[in-house]
Design a protein around this ligand. Structure first.
Ligand SMILES: [Zn+2]
Length: 378
């Protein structure tokens, strides 16, 4: 048995590191016996029949999916650390990260390739041992991997605007986690990130469903479309879209642990502003959607139609927000209100311009939606 602890930096970084390690470890252990235990934002990873040389081989493979290793070596020789990010080749990292973070990832990878990585440092006292943190040493833990920014209380009445530093292994596994499981919706320079974390225990085999087939592709595509059509979705509405548009077989096969979704926005352009960092408990949403889907199986289709421009013009986004609220509040009045607003949105859609959309939306209405909603809240 080989045991790994995520460091305990914060919910987001630890979740990224957990996914990064799981992604690499899958082929280097017995995934049906190995498991991850989530405990309030920190994870313990227990690997059975662990083969460290296989782990290292997979790690090298994945590193070469993240960066062009030869180009990185060439850039290092020129001595300009600010341009190292040019070697990044992973689509996910290219689309989802700002240039500073890409430089940081490349620098971390260089350090790991240069001096190696000892997995044993991921022990319960990692932060102290590696002298990490706001007053610590190492590489800057950039915002897309941490969600934190600005000034921090370091002692009573004293705020310091200091970077949070971590070791190269923390950056590398965060980047691998980001590459493997981060959902990224886009609108202009803004990125809306979503990632799933959990409390409880699950085997690596069960968790691997979230790695392949990749859960987020359709979700982020639908959310990106909604944003481009100027939908005003609440954060909860966005969570509903991301969750509901996961392939249903993936959703239903998720292990029964207490899942949460971490969602936040960041402008990767010049402003580099983070906004709306939130952690949502997915348990109530999962339960209620499951109950609705016992009666009515067109919810994802309904969402897709509601984010069409013709629907949004008439308040389709409001219906999504209402649905998301029901999933949280389980209130019967909310269920009736949702049905009423939905019907009124459909009735007001321009027949001439959006005839096909209108017809499809009528097609998703039906007694089973009403009974599914009512059953789910009662
Ligand atoms: Zn570290």
């Amino acid at each position: 048995m080989f045991e790994i602890y995520t460091p305990g930096h914060n919910y987001l970084t630890d979740t990224l590191i957990m996914w990064g390690i799981v992604y690499i470890a899958l082929d280097a252990c017995d995934p049906t016996k190995s498991r991850v235990i989530g405990l309030g934002g920190r994870y313990r990873i227990v690997l059975e029949d662990f083969d460290e040389s296989k782990f290292n081989a997979k790690l090298r493979d994945v590193i070469s999916d993240l960066v062009n290793v030869d180009q990185l070596a060439g850039l290092i020789k020129t001595g300009k650390r600010r341009g190292l990010g040019k070697s990044v080749i992973s689509d996910r990292l290219q689309v989802g990260l700002d240039n500073d973070t890409k430089n940081g990832v490349a620098a971390a990878i260089h350090e790991v390739l240069d001096s190696g990585l000892d997995l044993k440092v991921f022990a319960i006292d990692h932060i102290e041992k590696m002298k990490e943190g706001r007053l610590g040493k190492g590489l800057n833990l950039y915002i897309p991997f941490s969600g934190i920014y600005g000034k921090y209380l370091t002692s009573e009445h004293r705020y310091l605007d200091k970077p949070y530093n971590v070791c190269s292994g923390c950056i590398l596994f965060s980047a691998i986690g980001f590459h493997a499981v981060m959902g990224i919706a886009r609108k202009g320079g803004e990125r809306i990130y979503s990632i799933l974390g959990f409390d409880g225990e699950a085997t690596l085999y069960d968790l691997s469903r979230l790695l392949r087939p990749i859960w987020y592709i359709k979700s982020e595509e639908i959310l990106t479309r909604a944003l481009r059509n100027n939908a005003s979705l609440t954060r909860l509405g966005q969570v509903l879209v991301m969750y509901l548009e996961m392939p249903r077989d993936v959703r239903e096969a998720l292990p029964w642990v207490a899942w949460y979704m971490i969602m936040y926005s960041y402008d990767v352009g010049r402003t580099k502003r983070i906004s709306g960092f939130q952690i949502f408990d997915l348990v109530p949403m999962r339960n209620i959607i499951e109950r609705i889907e016992e009666e009515y199986d067109k919810l994802p289709r309904l969402i897709e139609l509601l984010i069409d421009r013709g629907s949004i013009d008439k308040g389709g986004d409001e219906v999504i927000n209402l649905l998301a609220e029901i999933a949280l509040n389980r209130d019967l009045y909310g269920a009736f209100k949702t049905l009423r607003v939905l019907r009124s949105v459909i009735e007001r859609i321009d027949e001439k311009k959006y005839g096909k959309l209108k017809k499809s939306l009528y097609g998703t209405l039906g007694a089973s939606l009403a009974s599914g909603l009512v059953k789910a809240v009662s």
